[in-house]
Design a protein around this ligand. Structure first.
Ligand code: 5GP
Length: 300
């Protein structure tokens, strides 16, 4: 990787969504070369947890001291305890070109999202398949009574709308599917040793380009004239590459749809891609595309 800096990978989502299980599975795959940030917490050590491996267990005074001295990248209070990410480890690993994964709740994650340069982040929000499933998981854990489960479910309702702040929303319908999607996102983001071109995103993009050129050439060739006929004028520059714009837009929509709704290998199925491409294609607002692009061009 040379002098290239590593990235911060945020893995967040509501309590009970399964961040821990997904993270443990990612940790098993040594080929990912991920570094795991060990958080500081005031919560009591659970049996089996190891100091410096699961957490750095500290008292409130020590934690508040760390806040005062700016030693934490982010911190939050969660059900009566502090949790925070030490800055030193992340800074050192990132400077060495390593990617560091933070498994944190949404309040702390939002602080990182608001502060860090989006280019140095890969942000992932794990979604439960449904609220009923989330409730089922919280009940299966068997660690909380009805009242606490109700509180956590209520809390999930105010945590889930924060998903729009993240670059990737991934459904955790099964650990296996969620992990496969996360690995693909890391590949796409260029954080793994393999070429990003190997990711489902780029494979889908190649397919989308082929379909657009063969099936939708009519729209591409007549879009400009159509806007002119309807609006009486066209403001988009002559060299605007409409085909590339459309291919990128649709590839992204399809990829994000699958991350949020289905197993990633659905993208291997050509008929599936064709079907969903048609759905998104017929939903494109050609008039606002034209305006949005012109505004962007003007700002540059
Ligand atoms: P637990 O007590 O179950 O280990 O963790 C409670 C919640 O705190 C989980 O959602 C976990 O992801 C989150 N968490 C763990 N470490 C940190 C951290 O350093 N910062 C923040 N903001 N949340 C954390």
């Amino acid at each position: 990787m040379g002098n290239q800096k590593g990235k911060i990978i945020i893995l967040s989502g509501p309590s009970g969504v399964g961040k821990g299980s997904v993270n443990r599975e990612l940790e098993k795959d040594k080929s990912l070369h991920l570094k795991y940030s060990v958080s500081m917490t005031t919560r009591a050590q659970r049996p089996g947890e190891v100091e410096g491996v699961n957490y750095f267990f500290v008292d409130r005074d020590t934690f508040e001291d760390a806040i005062q001295h700016g030693e934490l990248v982010e911190y939050a209070e969660f059900i009566g305890n502090y949790y925070g990410t030490p800055r030193k480890f992340i800074n050192e690993e990132i400077a060495n070109g390593k990617n560091v994964i933070l498994e944190i709740e949404v309040k702390g994650a939002t602080q990182v999202l608001n502060r860090e340069n989006p280019k140095s982040l890969v942000s992932i929000f794990l979604m439960p398949p449904s609220l009923a499933k989330l409730e089922e998981r919280l009940r299966l854990r068997g660690t909380e009574g009805d009242d606490v489960i109700k509180q956590r479910l209520d809390k999930a309702l105010i945590e889930i709308p924060l998903k729009h702040k993240y670059k990737y929303v991934i459904e955790n319908d099964s650990v296996e599917n969620a992990v496969a999607k996360i690995k693909d996102v890391l590949l796409k983001e260029g954080t793994l040793d393999l070429s990003a071109k190997e990711s489902y995103f780029y494979k889908t993009r190649t397919q989308v380009e082929k379909i657009i050129k063969s099936r939708y050439a009519f729209i591409i060739n007549n879009w400009r004239q159509n806007v002119l006929d309807i609006e009486g004028k066209i403001t988009v520059p002559d060299d605007f590459d409409f085909t590339t714009y459309l291919v990128d837009l649709l590839s992204n929509r399809i990829y994000h749809y699958v991350l949020a709704n289905g197993p990633i290998n659905e993208l291997d199925d050509e008929d599936f891609v064709k079907g969903i491409l048609e759905h998104f294609m017929l939903d494109v607002d050609f008039f606002s595309i034209e305006q949005r692009n012109f505004e962007n061009d003007e700002k540059q």
